[in-house]
Design a binder for this molecule. Structure first.
Ligand code: GLA
Length: 660
């Protein structure tokens, strides 16, 4: 089956009205009425030596010089490893004299001198989390709280390690009371990783609580945390926030597209915005993301409602956050690996009926109006964020137009493959979501040098009315001998009055298909996803690093060749119609005892051509053979059989591709 995939586009954007001043009833002690914003060193330094006085002062300086303080960032917080491993003779915590030669009060005073606030860290246990064993606060709550207050601490992150099995509610309530008794207003951050469902009991204990384990600087960690945190929207509010952990924006493990999604997700979820990158070293793009005041305004909106998921279709999500002045913030997010299109509407957002609405694009910073549809074509892991307003003056903004380029893919969600030495058809489209007509709408398309591009149908339309689309077909010549890799086609839509919308289309040149009969583990795959760790070649799946598995073994039978995957897994090969069959002995690896259950499937393009049914660890390997004659792409898929993927070490033993 062939489907059309639209590739990148944008909606024209719209303006923000300033939120009305807060008239909310002050909950609790009046602290953290909006999610705390600031910095914490952990994600960038962990316990390394560059966590020291110079860093903390440098961050405070940058908060001021780069306008982050003015954008709302306030707290400059220390994480673990600021203290010596032993308490002093009087039982007091002692700052590490190498990292903080002038003590902690000196650093706090410096931060305060910049008009900022200062935070510190310890654990609700006998020791903190770092293996060096720094002293924790359990049993020392009042003494430590008094010391922190005497230093001028404004924020305490209180961790969960080495807690001796003492009830979490008791441990955190004891510290809350100790902090209160100091008389100093101190924001209290509960960091027990969601283990005891703090959202159910901590609204009057802490001002924020971690909902998950630690974030790390990669897309799948960020995504998993976001998805768990957005389920908890109902529990958040002024003075008591869900905390999906500190930001990784700027640490280098994600693309800027992914970091924009990370930041937008945190903002729509009214999450604390604690910068986790060493701002002395980051790129201008990082400052653009972290300093985006329109996105920050969504996070900090005084209504204090966490945005909710209102729609999810095939990994494309819509999250909506109501704002104090009646506007709605909307995040359209593509979690998946292929470009996708998602739409919502003013009615779905809960806005009253109106002829049109003002639409503000919070990343592109432009205004438009929509008759109701809010849509975008999003690249893999990408997002678009809007503020939608009732506005009787909507007609002063141009119509919101959705534009993009697409090619046919082999099945829905397949990579957009092109073959060197052939031509491919690209379609560009422009859709008017506005109430007013878009006039003289036109599309362009260009390709890297050496490629050819020819329009096969008109490239412009005189008028596009509400919900009307206009498409252009293009023949694109892919040069012979092109190296495998990703190539980018670019274009733009333009229309009156004076609007242009850029779009891009990424296409993939695959490597050469296999010939003869080969072991799958000797053929380069096109792409892969895996439940845990990398897919292993001729080894079972060890869940972490490449090569950490064992000899593939199913029910006592060992195999020298095969793929060690972990459900849910997909290993995809480009076979270009050259292969006739796939064979394998499939089963769950003996290394997990009798715990796993899984299914094994083989797909030829968009069709399932073999299915093992549910296999368990107790069963012998099952021979699978699939006819894949004529297929362009073949996928070896393992599923968790519907019961979670714990212990699902799915071996494709002796897997072979049989080709001409
Ligand atoms: C735990 C916390 C982290 C960090 C480290 C410090 O893992 O969840 O955020 O504070 O401890 O050791």
């Amino acid at each position: 089956m062939y489907i059309r995939v639209l590739i990148t586009s944008l909606l024209v954007a719209a303006g923000v009205s300033a939120p009305a001043a807060s008239a909310a009833v002050t909950p609790g002690d009046g602290l953290a009425l909006t999610p705390p914003m600031g910095f914490n060193n952990w994600n960038s330094t962990h316990c390394r030596a560059d966590f020291n006085e110079a860093m903390i002062k440098g961050i405070a300086d940058i908060f001021v010089s780069k306008g982050l303080k003015d954008a709302g960032y306030q707290y400059v917080n220390l994480d673990d490893c600021w203290a010596l491993p032993q308490r002093g003779p009087d039982g007091s915590l002692v700052p590490d004299p190498v990292r903080f030669p002038n003590g902690i009060k000196h650093v706090a005073d410096y931060v305060h001198s910049k008009g900022l606030k200062f935070g510190i860290y310890t654990s609700a246990g006998t020791k903190t989390c770092n293996s060096a064993g720094f002293p924790g606060g359990l049993g020392f709550e009042q003494q430590d709280a008094n010391l922190f207050a005497s230093w001028g601490v404004d924020y305490l992150k209180y961790d969960n390690c080495n807690n001796q099995g003492v009830d979490a509610r008791l441990r955190y309530t004891t510290m809350r009371d100790a902090l209160r008794r100091t008389g100093r207003p101190i924001v209290f951050s509960i960091c027990e990783w969601g283990q005891n469902k703090p959202w159910e009991w901590a609204a009057d204990v802490g001002h924020l609580w971690r909902t998950t384990g630690d974030i790390s600087d990669n897309y799948s960690s960020m995504l998993n945390i976001a998805k768990r945190n957005w389920e908890l929207a109902d529990y958040a509010g002024p003075g008591h926030w869900n905390d999906p952990d500190m930001l990784e924006v700027g640490n280098g493990g994600m693309t800027d597209t992914e970091y924009r999604s990370h930041f937008g997700l945190w903002a729509i979820m009214a999450a604390p915005l604690l910068i986790g990158a060493d701002l002395r070293k980051v790129s201008p793009a990082t400052f653009d993301i972290l300093g985006n005041r329109e996105v920050i305004a969504v996070d900090q909106d005084p209504l204090g409602v966490q945005g909710k998921l209102t729609k999810s279709v095939g990994g494309l999500h819509v999250l909506v956050k109501p704002l104090r002045n009646g506007d709605k913030a909307v995040l359209l997010f593509n979690e998946g690996e292929t470009t996708g299109q998602i739409a919502t509407s003013a009615a779905e957002l809960g806005l009253p009926r109106a002829p049109a609405y003002r639409l503000r694009d919070l990343w592109v910073h432009t205004d438009s109006h929509t008759a109701g549809t809010i849509s975008a074509t999003l690249p893999p892991h990408g997002s678009a964020m809007f503020r939608v307003s009732m506005d009787r003056s909507w007609a002063q903004y141009p119509p919101a137009v959705h534009a993009g380029a697409s090619i046919e893919t082999v099945y829905p969600g397949a990579l957009p493959i092109v073959t060197p030495g052939t031509t491919t058809t690209v379609t560009t489209s422009i859709t008017n979501n506005g109430r007013a007509p878009a006039l003289f709408a036109s599309s362009t398309l260009s390709a890297p040098s050496g490629w050819t591009v020819r329009a096969d149908s008109p490239t412009s339309a005189v008028v596009l009315r509400t919900d009307q689309s206009f498409t252009t077909k293009w023949t694109v010549g892919v040069p012979a001998g092109l190296a495998p890799g990703t190539y980018v086609l670019q274009g733009q839509a333009s229309y009156r009055p004076d609007v242009t919308l850029p779009y891009t289309l990424e296409v993939v040149v695959p490597g050469a298909p296999p010939s003869g009969t080969s072991f799958a583990s000797d053929v380069k795959w096109l792409r892969v996803t895996n439940g845990f760790g990398p897919v292993e070649l001729d080894r079972s799946n060890g869940e972490r690093r490449a090569g950490d598995g064992n000899v593939i073994t199913i029910n006592g039978v060992q195999y020298a060749k095969g793929l060690g995957t972990h459900a849910p897994g997909v290993v995809e090969y480009y076979v270009a119609g050259r292969c006739t069959a796939v064979t394998a002995d499939v089963g769950l690896d003996d290394e997990k005892g009798n715990n796993g259950t899984a299914t094994f499937e083989i797909w030829a393009d968009g069709q399932k051509v073999a299915d093992s049914g549910v296999l368990t660890n107790l069963m012998p390997a099952k021979p699978l053979r699939a006819d894949i004659t004529g297929a362009t792409l073949v996928r070896l898929i393992s599923t968790d059989a519907g019961d979670g993927n714990n212990s699902d070490h799915t071996d494709w033993a002796d897997a072979r591709l049989i080709c001409g």
